[in-house]
Ligand binder design. Structure first.
Ligand code: SPD
Length: 428
């Protein structure tokens, strides 16, 4: 990692010293979301394919909203970024994306065309009803939102409902992803159980529901949750779970796979569940923002990421699941000791009973109780305001205590110093 950061810093210096921008590819991706050794391999592969030099400048973000605000301001000339579904939708709506064109890539190395899953293509069609997201993005990883839990402290039954995040039994040991949409969706699904069961609303309706009433209901719920929260985390939750500090974590399936593996090595037993009430299924995809300067290298980079062996390495390193539909990718994950699950929806009829980790690839029955998040347009601001009210209250009580202590300490220091001065004065 250190080596890579030095490399990235050197690349940035190179860039600022006026090196040719055509020979630089600026990638902006989620943190912990790639096997970094594939980056220099891309540079060599690109040279072999095109005869041109390329240096990858790689930067990371923790949440969609940070990335989006940089792109929306137009101050950054990233060539390629990796937003989630509802952000892709938003970027499409605001004309921030360039259409992808893979025509220049020879057929023999056109990994995108060779390995597209029909399931992913359909999901991407559903992202934006008016513009086909397949023309502007290529899925990278995907997964669900659920609960990682410590099996020695929490039962599968307790973890199988979203109610667990406000269960006082686990107060002080609950981690919540600092991702407003990914928390809002599941909480609203939980609160609307009755309506869902009666059929008066659908999961999809709830993903579009930005009404004041629903935001208020989720806010009230989260205010009950926050007293028991150990941390609102963008990336440290999985680590806290492996160390046994947290016992419940509202998290993404990829972090769950990583945490379950790491924890097992130190004797901590974790598992992951998508609560019965339903949840969100999400997809992160590569896109080329309209301010990009090197669309050619960006196009080749997306293609390279779709090469099955590269996809497998990225999966194995991060715990996340590639959106690549190649059978080779599925085969790399088969473990005959596991129970068979139905992945025909993703890989076709041959995958109707495959022995694969169900945390990695959710069974069809799990997918059926999950929905895709959608962009809320301007209403997003209402959600972000609610989110900072929920978290902000937490911070301010802590902040007040810290300010009060600091204030008392300063007054005490002034009084002591005055007293000392007076003493010195008297002595003279
Ligand atoms: N550490 C990388 C995490 C990327 C997960 N993306 C999930 C987005 C859900 N909206």
């Amino acid at each position: 990692m250190k080596k890579f950061l030095i490399l990235a810093a050197l690349s940035a210096i190179l860039l600022s010293c006026g090196s040719n921008r055509d020979q630089v590819l600026k990638v902006y991706n989620w943190s912990d979301y790639i096997d970094e050794t594939v980056l220099p391999e891309f540079e060599a592969w690109y040279k072999a394919q095109t005869g041109e030099d390329i240096t990858v400048v790689y930067q990371t973000f923790d949440v969609n909203e940070t990335m989006l605000s940089k792109i929306e301001k137009g101050h950054e000339d990233y060539d390629i970024v990796c937003p989630s579904d509802y952000i892709i939708e938003r970027m499409l709506n605001s004309g921030l994306l360039l259409p992808l064109d893979f025509a220049s890539i020879p057929d023999s190395i056109n990994y995108i065309a060779l390995n597209k899953s029909p399931y992913i293509q359909q999901v991407f069609r559903d992202i934006n009803p008016s513009i086909d997201a397949n023309d502007y993005s290529v899925a990278y990883m995907w997964g669900t939102t659920g609960i990682i839990y410590n099996t020695e402290k929490v039962t599968a039954e307790e973890a199988g409902t979203w109610d667990i995040i406000r269960n006082p039994k686990f107060a002080g040991q609950i981690l919540i992803k600092d991702a407003p949409r990914d928390v809002y969706g599941p909480v609203l699904i939980y609160l609307k159980q009755k309506e869902l069961q009666e059929g008066t609303v659908t999961l999809q309706d709830l993903m579009q529901d930005s009404s004041d009433e629903s935001i208020a209901a989720v806010e009230a719920y989260l205010k009950q949750v926050k007293d028991g929260v150990l941390g609102w985390e963008a990336d440290f939750g999985k680590d806290q779970m492996t160390k046994g500090r947290g016992v419940v974590s509202l998290n993404w399936s990829g972090d769950a796979v990583w945490a379950i593996d790491e924890a097992a090595e130190v004797g901590v037993s974790l598992d992951y569940i998508v609560p019965e009430e339903g949840s969100t299924v999400w997809f992160d995809g590569w896109v080329i923002p309209k301010y990009a300067k090197n669309t050619k290298a960006a196009t080749y980079f997306i293609d390279f990421m779709c090469r099955p062996d590269i996809a497998i390495r990225n999966m194995d390193e991060t715990g996340y699941v590639s959106a690549n539909g190649a059978f080779e990718v599925l085969e790399s994950q088969i473990d005959d000791e596991l129970e068979p699950i139905d992945l025909s929806y993703f890989f076709g009829p041959e995958a109707a009973a495959v022995c694969v980790d169900p945390v990695l690839y959710p069974d069809k029955s799990v997918i059926d109780r999950c929905a895709l998040e959608h962009d809320w347009g301007k209403d997003t601001d209402k959600l972000l305001a609610m989110w900072s009210r929920v978290k902000g209250d937490n911070a301010s009580s802590m902040t007040y205590v810290i300010i009060a202590i600091a204030f008392i300490a300063i007054i005490a220091a002034i009084l002591v110093s005055r007293k000392n001065k007076k003493r010195r004065h008297k002595r003279r």
